[in-house]
Design a protein around this ligand. Structure first.
Ligand SMILES: *Cc1c(COP(=O)(O)O)cnc(C)c1O
Length: 397
C-alpha cells in the first residue's frame, strides 16, 4: 500500500492535512477550561452538521458500534420490541447487537440492494395496536451494498400509523457527506463515527439525542456504564468527561466539523453527489451494474459494483493493493466475492476520484475482464466537466 494514494474504502476515509495536524496535540489537562474550548464548539458544530437546533450531542471515545450501543442502552429495556430491516451487513450487525442485549427484534428481511421498505413498516406499525414496538431502527446508508434509504419516509410511516416509537438512525456512512435532517425527519437518536464523513481517524462515537430520547433514559433498563449519557451530561457541565477523553481527536473534530460548515453542508452534499455520479457513469461505461437496484437508492458515498458471474470480485481489491498500492472495499456477507466497493465519502475531489476509477480499470483489465482502458475514466470526466461548468456559470452570475 502507498501512503501517497488516496484510499477508496468506505471508511476510514482520507484525512485532510489540517485535520491530521489538529489531532497532533501536546497533552492538555482534560479537566481544564482549555478542554472546554474544544469540547463545546465541537459539539455545537456536530449539532449543525446534523441539521438540528436542539439535539443533545455526546461524543464517546469509541467507534460507530459504540454509538449503536449508546443509542439502544439509553433508550430501551430488556424484552422491548424493536423494528428493523435487514438489507446488508451493517443492519445485520445492529440486529445482532439488539439480540445480544435481549431485545425482541422484529426483522423485516429485505433483499440486499434494496432500501428500507417504509410501506411495510407502516403496515407493521399500524398493526401494532398495543404499541409494543418501542423503537424503529434504520440504517440510513447501507455501506455494504451502497444503498441509501429514505429516513423521511420512515418518519412519515411512523406518523401515519400514529406510533410513538423512537426512531434510531445509523448515519455512520452518511452524516457529513449526504443530507441528514435530524430535526426535519424527527430522528430521536443519530449515530456516527469519526472516521467517515468527519474525515478523522477512528476513535470517536458521535451521537445526537432528541429531547424525547433524552427523556426516555430514566425509564430505560438496559445495563450501561461507559455509555451512560447522564454521566456524560454531568461531566460536560464541568468541561470534562466521566473518564479521559481523546483530546487530540476532539480537536480534530472541531476542525473537521468547521471545514464541513465552512464549505457549506449543501456544497458538501453536492460534491458527493457529483463524485458519485462520475463513479456511476464509469460503472455504466464498463457495462457493469451496481448492487443498488434502482437510481433512487444509489448511495452518494459508496458504490458496490457487481462483477460478472464466476469472477471473484475480491481479487480486484487484492490486486489493487498489491500492484498499485490502492485500497478498495471488499464485498461483505451475502455479497462477498460478488461485489467490490469504491468508497467516495469524506475528503475527496473529482480529480482524486479519477485516479481511483483509472486504477479499478487497470485491475479489471489485468485480471482479464473485458474493460477498455479509459472507458470509465472518460465517462467520469464528462460528468465532472458538466458539474464544473455549471459551477463556473453560477459563479459568473
Ligand atoms: C462503518 C459503519 C459502522 C461501524 O462503525 P465502526 O466505527 O466500525 O464501529 C456502522 N454502520 C455503518 C453504516 C457503517 O458504515
Amino acid at each position: 500500500m502507498s501512503f501517497q494514494n488516496p484510499v477508496f474504502i468506505p471508511g476510514p476515509t482520507n484525512i485532510p492535512e489540517v485535520v491530521r495536524k489538529a489531532c497532533d496535540m501536546p497533552t492538555v489537562d482534560h479537566r481544564s477550561p482549555i478542554f472546554g474550548r474544544i469540547l463545546h464548539p465541537a459539539r455545537a458544530n456536530v449539532q449543525k452538521v446534523l441539521k438540528s437546533d436542539s439535539a443533545h450531542v455526546f461524543i464517546f471515545p469509541s467507534t460507530g458500534t459504540g454509538g449503536w450501543e449508546t443509542a439502544i442502552t439509553n433508550t430501551l429495556s430488556p424484552g422491548d420490541t424493536v423494528l428493523i430491516a435487514r438489507n446488508g451487513m451493517f443492519s445485520h450487525r445492529w440486529i445482532d447487537m439488539c439480540q445480544r442485549f435481549g431485545l425482541d427484534v422484529q426483522v423485516v428481511e429485505t433483499p440486499w440492494g434494496h432500501g428500507i421498505p417504509a410501506d411495510r413498516f407502516e403496515e407493521i406499525l399500524t398493526g401494532d395496536k398495543g404499541k409494543a414496538i418501542k423503537a424503529v431502527l434504520a440504517t440510513h446508508n447501507e455501506t455494504a451494498t451502497g444503498v441509501v434509504s429514505d429516513i423521511g419516509a420512515i418518519r412519515r410511516a411512523m406518523d401515519a400509523a400514529d406510533h410513538p416509537a423512537l426512531l434510531l438512525v445509523d448515519g455512520v456512512s452518511s452524516i457529513g457527506s449526504m443530507d441528514f435532517q435530524f430535526d426535519a425527519w424527527g430522528v430521536d437518536v443519530a449515530v456516527t463515527g469519526s472516521q467517515k464523513g468527519f474525515m478523522l481517524p477512528a476513535g470517536l462515537a458521535i451521537v445526537g439525542f432528541s429531547d424525547k430520547a433524552r427523556g426516555s433514559v430514566e425509564m430505560a433498563q438496559l445495563k450501561r456504564t461507559f455509555f451512560d449519557i447522564r454521566d456524560m451530561e454531568k461531566a460536560y457541565a464541568n468541561n470534562a468527561y466521566p473518564y479521559t477523553p481523546a483530546v487530540g481527536l476532539m480537536n480534530g473534530l472541531l476542525i473537521s466539523s468547521h471545514m464541513l460548515l465552512d464549505e457549506g453542508l449543501d456544497n458538501v452534499f453536492a460534491r458527493h453527489r457529483r463524485i458519485a455520479s462520475g463513479v456511476r457513469a464509469a460503472v455504466a461505461a464498463w457495462g457493469l451494474n451496481l448492487c443498488a437496484v434502482s437510481d433512487d437508492v444509489q448511495s452518494d458515498t459508496v458504490s458496490a459494483i457487481v462483477t460478472p458471474e464466476g469472477f471473484n470480485a475480491t481479487d480486484i481489491v487484492t490486486h489493487a493493493a498489491d500492484a498499485y498500492g490502492v485500497a478498495f472495499g471488499v464485498g461483505l456477507g451475502e455479497v462477498a466475492g460478488k461485489v467490490f466497493r469504491i468508497g467516495h465519502l469524506g475528503s475527496l475531489t473529482d480529480v482524486m476520484t479519477l485516479s481511483g476509477i483509472a486504477t479499478a480499470e487497470m485491475c479489471m483489465a489485468d485480471l482479464g475482464l473485458d474493460i477498455p482502458l479509459g472507458s470509465g475514466v472518460a465517462a467520469a470526466q464528462k460528468a465532472f466537466m458538466v458539474g464544473a461548468n455549471a459551477k463556473m456559470k453560477a459563479a459568473a452570475q
